[in-house]
Design a protein around this ligand. Sequence first.
Ligand SMILES: Nc1ncnc2c1ncn2[C@@H]1O[C@H](COP(=O)(O)OP(=O)(O)OP(=O)(O)O)[C@@H](O)[C@H]1O
Ligand SMILES: [Mg+2]
Length: 380
Amino acid sequence: MILKQLSVKNFRNYDDANLFFSSGINIFFGNNAQGKTNLLESIYFLSFTKSHRSFIDNTLIKNNAKSLRIVGILKNKDIFDTKLEITLEKDKKNIYVDDNIYKKVSDYIAKMNIIIFYPEDLDIIKGSPNIRRRYINSEISQYDVNYLNILNNFRKIHKMRNDYLKKISMNINYDKQYLSVINDYFINNAIKIYRMRDNFILELNKIVDTIFYDLTGMNGFRIDYKNSINISNFEDLSDDFLYDVLNEKLINSFDSEVRIGSSIIGPHKDDIEFYLGDLNLKFYGSQGQQRIAILSIKLAEVEILEKYTNDTPILLLDDVFSELDDEKKNRLLKYINQDIQAIITTTDLKNIDDDIKKNSKLFEIEDGKIIKIMEVDANE
Ligand SMILES: Nc1ncnc2c1ncn2[C@@H]1O[C@H](COP(=O)(O)OP(=O)(O)OP(=O)(O)O)[C@@H](O)[C@H]1O
Ligand SMILES: [Mg+2]
């Protein structure tokens, strides 16, 4: 898919900007703190209805403004373009597709697929497990429209279960029937999530090693799915078998769960680990290896999204070129030069090969304004 046009109003340091993109490579360049990342963030926001770097929506509204508005015109495999729009005022967010309001975020998320790579992505390897779960959730939700609904169901039953465990911990007389109904619902939703996550990791592992090799010349990169039921081959196992495994784990951990008043088995405890051969990159990887590992995963995801949605996602790269040595830069560019729309930021155009610049649309950004645009033809 291609983002043809984007207009942002009162977003971060932008008053009002209207951009027309090239279907190939687009480069935002300019000094620090001028608004390059802000523009990528507005595109991310349009795709996910939230920011990739702020949990508080209101920080996105321009200082002293009351509301923000982002509109994107998307060309996808449908005949007609799709108009996506998000407005935010105080804590009220409205989402529209072709001017029709969407009440459920889960119905909206898969409309615009993007893969973003930005400096803080290193936290996917270095940070806590909840960062990795959040990452997995957002990626699967882009190609599987059911995922968020199932996740929400699981979260609700997980909370109910925890509330009941807390109650039991205070009063040992409890309704066994009620608990088994809760457990049944908990297990069925957990199995669905396990399967979807396992499938995602499986798909990544089919291609990520080759991409890592292409970028570094090193073999043996893989991702391990760690779950609290210690199962690694969900696709070979039946629902009935998984149900029994989970049920038994819940029975065995019941006393401990009552003691702490919360569920210790389930997808809310999932994690993933990144290995280069025997080396766990979280503990033994260099900064560069960690970065390339994440980059490889993101590029692998481009292929997965293509496979599952029959369309290419939009690739957003924030400041990646300044961090890579020349060889890796060129290898990365080989990937970007394929048939995909990419939106790239850099402080210095020197970071980007002349060959690439020639085929790119360049936007110079200063103080929340696009001060200069160089079209593809004009660069040649
Ligand atoms: N809500 C807001 N209202 C007005 N300005 C904001 C708001 N939020 C952030 N800014 C401003 O946006 C600017 C930062 O923009 P951005 O992060 O896009 O910079 P950048 O061009 O990517 O810089 P760098 O090269 O350092 O990454 C800062 O000047 C900051 O004060
Ligand atoms: Mg930036």
